[in-house]
Design a binder for this molecule. Sequence first.
Ligand code: PGA
Length: 238
Amino acid sequence: MKLVVGNQKTYLNREQVLNFIEETKEGKCSNVVICPSYVYIDLFLDKSKFLVGAQNVSCKGNGASTGEISAEQLNSMGVSYSIVGHSERRSDQCETSEMFYEKISKLLENDIIPIFCVGEHLEEKEKNITKDIVGKQVMEVFDRLDTNTMEKIIIAYEPVWSIGTGKIPTNDEIIDVTCYIKDLIQDKYDKRVAVLYGGSVNKNNIDTLNEIDVVDGYLIGGASTKSEELLYIMSKCE
Ligand code: PGA
């Protein structure tokens, strides 16, 4: 069984969300987390059987942070996962490793599983420095964490050049980076983490991706907003 995490970004309006929930209600959801926009979290919790995640979380606890959503608030809603460090937040909101450490710490304090995204840009892949980049992204956060909390964190390997482009690495490339991340954390901290692959996962490539045993699941953007496509992927990940 693989974990399926849907990152629905801001793709859907309220009516589309209601249709999506209706159309997916017969799917087996115990290994499926949907991360809707904050404004639809309640709808998913009320009307669907999916596990529910957030797409982001505040670095700070409850208090004077206009426009933010805290880990404590998410926990009080029934949210059990949160994405941290997505490449769109790294680039659009200039978020840093320091912030990811704060966010992950707040999530762990509130019993929410962080899904921490790492991945290289195309130029970095072309320079053959993918592992240096990914290793740095992991260690800048993990070096500061209490080792006892590390196994609660899920890492999502998402090459930036693959997100929303339809291009994906070869299975061998995914295996290479996934094993690198797992070995790094095992060797440095003596801990095991789950690693997801993300970037243009869809119904046409899921069978090929599923040939990779070392990957523990998928972080899926666009395809997670289309009920038929998500149901198909879910059926392949049971
Ligand atoms: P994509 O997005 O599946 O649309 O490429 C993945 C993501 O951004 O997490």
